[in-house]
Design a binder for this molecule. Structure first.
Ligand code: SF4
Ligand code: SF4
Length: 472
């Protein structure tokens, strides 16, 4: 037989056991001592099966070594040097992916003027003056019809309201959701509704509607008063913390039907992940807290630079450890970044595209134009159709061809690509001027963070496998 070589994988440990994350299949496998020894031998260079049996013979029989080699070949942890695995080719999905989530940008207007908002930066992609500031009822109802048509046979759909500040168009939200529920009932389907808000306008009447209609809520908030008021201010510079916290407490006290999440934007000036989490989860009582770095060009003073990415990674890792301790002790932990990645690992997710944008998820602008996602809603360059005329299939196909992971040559040798797939298109567009570029400025960060999540996964698989059963 030919000489053997190590395949594409990331080795990691968890709970004292050794694991591989296999890139071609995105599967996690636990290694026994013999498989580990075979891979260790191959780390020194290519070997033939005979050389491997010789090297390992003092500890293992030739039959056992050959059995282990066969197993490793089968899972593509190793391969024959003469027959390397074929390179993945850019191939869009064979069948059309039904639309699952439609995000309605119900207004581009906001009552806050957050310093980092992509609506205001030079990275802004939509010229607001050319579009209505508010979505009207006709467009909202057409959007609902569009969602059901594009969802095909799916028994349930997700309708998400986004802004600007979503609640500035509350009346329209009520009409749109009532219409969606009516249509769903007629079609025998279910609509999951959710909204994102800055919480400034949450009043009792609005919360009543949220609770009665089972609407999921995500609040954009950056932490305690000092952290929140650094960027999330009104136009006159006044901070928003003191306005939103009583509203949030009222929401959390009354809305028990759906978990309420906090979504934090991290900037170069606000990177203390641990203290932000402590405030939002333990002190305010959010069900979960998710963090995302600000999207901006590197010239902006609030951009996160290399040192900042390191600090953010340290914070994420400390919180991931906290998460692991809580999971092992049977306590709930609200750090959603790690939980979401654990779910993707468990499900063996191997992404051809970084997210559902343009596939199972689309965004609608106030005038009914349909784009890749909410971040591109209203951008003519990223338009895929309209709610009245449907999806332009030629445009969608062209987009799928250009954005496939196999078309991103820089990612071809990266072990994290099944989970990253090049990263957010909006970030890429902001940094590099093109949605098709991979986000190479944060690769190191992504790989280190993914490895941390793999270690958490491995430890749970060893010590508390029942925790992972929730992702089955
Ligand atoms: S963007 Fe970077 S981390 Fe992500 S898949 Fe590409 S090379 Fe890997
Ligand atoms: S492109 Fe970026 S912002 Fe849009 S859905 Fe994908 S990850 Fe989210």
């Amino acid at each position: 037989m030919n000489r053997l070589r190590r395949g594409e994988y990331q080795a990691f440990t968890g709970g004292d056991a050794h694991f591989l994350y296999l890139v071609p299949s995105a599967a996690v496998v636990r290694l026994d001592a013999l498989s580990q020894a075979v891979l260790d031998s191959l780390a020194e260079g290519d070997r033939s099966p005979l050389e491997l049996t010789d090297t390992l013979s003092p500890r293992w029989s030739a039959d056992d070594v050959r059995g282990s080699i066969d197993e490793l070949l089968g899972m593509r942890a190793i391969h024959s040097v003469a027959a390397p695995p074929p390179k993945p080719i850019a191939e869009k999905p064979k069948r059309r992916i039904p639309l699952q989530t439609l995000v309605l940008n119900v207004t581009s207007k906001c009552n806050l003027s957050c310093g980092y908002c992509y609506e205001y930066g030079e990275d802004k992609i939509v010229e607001a003056s050319t579009k209505p500031r508010f979505m009207n009822e006709t467009v909202a109802k057409q959007s609902v019809d569009f969602l059901f048509t594009e969802a095909g046979e799916s028994p349930s759909v997700n309708l998400t309201f986004f802004g600007g500040e979503t609640l500035l168009n509350f009346k329209m939200l009520q009409t749109a959701l009532a219409y969606a529920r009516e249509r769903a009932e007629a079609l025998g389907k279910v609509v999951n509704a959710s909204l994102t808000t800055n919480a400034t306008l949450l009043r009792e009447g609005i919360v009543d509607w949220i609770v009665e209609n089972d609407v999921g809520v995500t609040v954009s908030i950056d932490g305690a008063r000092e952290q929140q008021d650094k960027f999330r201010t009104f136009a006159n510079g006044m901070g928003s913390y003191d306005i939103i916290v009583p509203n949030i407490k009222m929401l959390l006290a009354r809305h028990h039907r759906r978990p309420v999440g906090a979504r934090v934007t991290l900037t170069g000036q606000n990177l203390d992940v641990t203290s932000i989490y402590k405030h939002l989860f333990h002190e305010l009582g959010f069900w979960e807290v998710g963090f995302a770095p600000v999207t901006t060009t590197w010239q902006r003073e609030y951009a996160i630079e290399d040192k900042g990415f390191q600090q953010m990674l340290g914070g994420f890792q400390a919180l991931a450890k906290d998460f692991l301790d809580a999971a092992l002790a049977g306590r709930r932990h609200g750090f959603s970044n790690v939980r979401d990645t654990l779910e993707e690992i468990h499900k063996g997710m191997s992404k051809a595209y970084p997210c559902g944008a343009g596939l199972g998820l689309m965004g609608v602008a106030t005038d009914g134009d349909v784009a890749l996602c909410h971040r591109f809603a209203g951008s003519d360059e990223h338009k895929l159709g309209s709610v009245s005329e449907g999806v332009d299939r030629a445009k969608q196909d062209g987009y799928l061809d250009r954005h496939h992971i196999a078309a991103k040559t820089d990612c071809a040798t990266c072990w994290a690509r099944p989970l990253c797939a090049g990263g957010c298109y909006h970030e890429a567009h902001t940094r590099y001027g093109s949605t098709a570029e991979p986000n190479l400025h944060y690769c190191e960060w992504i790989r280190a963070w993914t490895n941390t999540c793999l270690e958490v996964y491995g430890t749970l698989a060893e010590r508390k496998p029942e925790y992972l059963a929730q992702f089955d």
